[in-house]
Design a protein around this ligand. Structure first.
Ligand code: ASP
Length: 439
């Protein structure tokens, strides 16, 4: 029988009226039995997310030993949600207890997790569902990584025989027994974990948009919606900055071949975007599935004759970066050249000079040059590996748009061509690629 795990994001939890819509969505399909929720998000632009209010509670606690002032805002928010929902849930005592625990624990992760906790408590009451605390079923290992084995078994056991449940997203329990959160936006990951644990037929991720667009709508006017995308393509696009779903949320479901569907709480009939394993992937017929990018990279270009025959050359260069604790994004290379593409925000004052000196000392290059303010744009699609001339089309389109390409990297996955251009050419590049492949 179909079994769906649904995760509702912050805007779907923003107020009591929206939560009522969520209830209708859940009750509209018998398969939607397990619900993972985020903390209430923004109701309007300029509003404050509950998680951000909670981080303010933590600062206040650290400074003053209490969080009365900041917690008053969290309190008001949940009280109004419960009022709008018109339930008799005793939010006051749960809020009192939470405020005390925030002060007592004085831990950023515990404090931040309370938005999801409170929201799930309220929703469980409103949806007539069981509340399952994520702290009891989602676990992290000693090194901070998510503990799949232990968590999947615990989630499955807790939900076995449960008709309908609400589980807070974003947190679990660390190896030290204390509450630990995923990174921001981590409720997407929690949803995926629950879907995997119960072997769901579908993981529905409910947001405030009807799926993914082929590129950033702030750059291209009304870009096409992506109907189907593979996990791999999504991974490439979200790594390059396309945001809707947390980049780590595909891993748990991917292993179990469970599709994810991005749905819109405010337009539930819209089909949205379905993310599928490659075995179930139905190509859209378009060569390119999506385009995404990021600004502000630094490229260190190294040239040395006979580089290719010098054993351990790359290793020595990367060793310099590892010692500075810098991660490298891409390493396009030629016979006598290699480039290191690094996110500029990692290079604090003095670090770049130390790296250059380190590389000079290690490998004595003929040329070493730094190029700053580079944007990377990834053009992604399974269709690219099987169709001849895709890169020629891409480069011609950029030449016609007068974009100077500073770097090219065709990912070894063959579903990805990355170009590096000057930051100032970022928008122009995306527009040109979009009109070449989508119009
Ligand atoms: N509430 C958390 C955040 O704002 C987690 C989430 O929304 O998924 O990052």
């Amino acid at each position: 029988m179909a079994l769906k795990v649904c995760k509702f994001g912050g805007t779907s939890m923003a107020d009591g009226n929206v939560i009522r819509r969520v209830k209708d969505i859940i009750y509209g399909d018998d398969a939607r039995r397990y619900v993972v929720v985020s903390a209430p998000g923004k109701r309007y632009s300029g509003d404050v997310k509950v998680t951000d209010m909670l981080y303010a509670c933590q600062s206040e606690t650290e400074k003053t030993g209490g969080c009365k002032d900041s917690f008053a805002k969290v309190r008001a928010r949940f009280e109004s949600i419960v009022k709008e929902l018109n339930t008799d849930f005793d939010i006051k005592s749960v809020l009192d207890e939470t405020e005390n625990l925030i002060v007592e624990n004085n831990s950023p992760d515990f404090t931040a997790s309370r938005g999801e906790y409170l929201c799930a408590r309220v929703c469980a009451a409103a949806f007539d569902a069981e509340f399952i605390d994520a702290a009891d079923v989602i676990f992290f290992k000693e090194n901070g990584a998510f503990d799949g084995e232990k968590s999947y078994a615990a989630v499955a056991a807790a939900l076995s025989g449960v008709r309908r449940a609400v589980i807070p997203g974003f947190y679990g329990t660390g190896a030290d027994g204390k509450v630990k959160t995923f990174s921001r936006g981590g409720s997407d990951v929690s949803g995926s974990i629950v879907a995997r644990a119960v072997n769901a037929s579908l993981y529905e991720n409910w947001t405030d948009v009807s799926g993914f667009l082929a590129c950033d709508p702030r750059i291209v006017d009304s870009p096409k919606r992506i109907k189907n995308i593979s996990y791999k393509e999504l991974r490439e696009l979200s790594y390059m900055g396309a945001s809707v779903l947390h980049a780590d949320s595909i891993f748990p479901v991917r292993k179990a071949n469970i599709p994810i569907q991005i749905k819109n709480t405010f337009a539930p009939a819209d089909e949205g975007t379905t993310i599928l394993p490659i075995s179930r992937y139905m190509p859209s017929g378009n060569i390119v599935t999506g385009i995404a990018g990021k600004k502000d990279f630094t490229v260190i270009f190294i040239e040395k004759s006979m580089m290719n025959s010098e054993i351990g050359f790359v290793c020595k260069v990367l060793g310099v970066l590892a010692r500075e604790n810098i991660s490298v994004e891409h390493i396009p290379s030629g016979i006598d050249t290699m480039s290191l593409v690094i996110e500029s925000s990692q290079l604090k004052l003095g670090e770049l000079n130390r790296i250059i000196e380190g590389i000079q000392a290690e490998v004595d290059p003929d040329v070493i040059r730094v190029i700053e303010d580079i944007a990377l744009i990834a053009t992604v699609g399974h269709g690219m590996s099987s169709s001849v001339g895709t890169s020629a089309r891409l480069f011609n389109a950029l030449a016609a748009a007068n974009v100077n390409i500073r770097m090219i990297d065709q990912g070894s996955s063959e579903i990805n061509i990355i170009v590096g251009v000057k930051n100032d050419d970022y928008e122009k590049t995306i527009k040109a690629i979009y009109s070449e492949f989508f119009k």
